[in-house]
Design a protein around this ligand. Sequence first.
Ligand code: ATP
Ligand code: MG
Length: 313
Amino acid sequence: MEPQISSFYNNEEVEEEELSEPGFSLDETRIKSESSNRFRLLMRTKDHGGITAIVTGEMGSGKTTFLISKLVLPLLERRSEVVLWRGDEFAQWCYVEPERVNLMFVEGPFEYIIADRDVGRFLRPEEAAERFNFHDLQYIVQADEVLKYAKPRLMNVVYCDDDFFVELLESIIRRPTLVWWSLFHDEVQKLAPSNPEGDLWRRNKRLADALADTRKNLVNFYCACHNLSDVDHRIITKMNFKVYLRNAKIPRESMIRNKMLAHMLKLGEAIVEGSVFKLTRFQPLRKHMNLMVTTKTLTLSRNMLRGDDDDEW
Ligand SMILES: Nc1ncnc2c1ncn2[C@@H]1O[C@H](COP(=O)(O)OP(=O)(O)OP(=O)(O)O)[C@@H](O)[C@H]1O
Ligand SMILES: [Mg+2]
């Protein structure tokens, strides 16, 4: 007979977190304030150091929502560490109020274009900043500049390429202060796919080496993917925690013996596996804006081609 989720809750092997609290309510603020300090993924001790975690589950199982509602938002409430989100095309950071978003765009031979899908218009980043009242917006060139502009209390969103991101992680590890940093990378299979070759193999190795140094440098790294086997195993082995959402494939090496357990989860439920595995819940979020961020290759303007400032073309 198929095991039922009720037997899963009662299974003594499963230690419960929020669910076991008497008077547990779905009230969002209560969950935030009660769970934030006890939640293993948000534990901060200098003895243990930084945490690494990967969230996995089928499409639409809530991976992005989990990252933001269970981790980013409580960390912003704590106001004590720097939260950095790798900018993504679908602008998932729009789940955070624009006033708490600090945008950084790494300059390149292209321009950034923001589609405001609520009104069906393209905006330049500065126009978007004015319209939505983001905390701030900077164009940067070097990874070190992120150290200068990123602030605690804000969701610092960095739009960059993969090489820049790895370099950024290395700069954060070697930063001169010991303020905690938390880095978030959704869809990490795009950054570090499995079975890489050549330059990609080398970059994944650099990333894996940097991740190995996060713990003692008080850097937390949280990421998500559909399927653990889509991500370079050198990255997976650096993860202290795995979070399984609905219909996640639980790997053979997991301590969870019942590999069907993730198929019993509902949307909003997750199993967090570290040295033990526990059940936790997360709430849906509302997007404050409906944006999409893309890039467009710059074509040399006719004036630049002519090499003068005469704009009578
Ligand atoms: N706890 C929840 N309760 C109800 N709905 C939720 C919950 N968490 C997420 N959702 C909704 O489920 C949908 C998918 O969520 P989300 O985008 O976070 O999933 P995902 O796993 O990141 O998806 P994808 O595979 O496309 O990246 C969204 O519409 C979201 O609002
Ligand atoms: Mg997602």
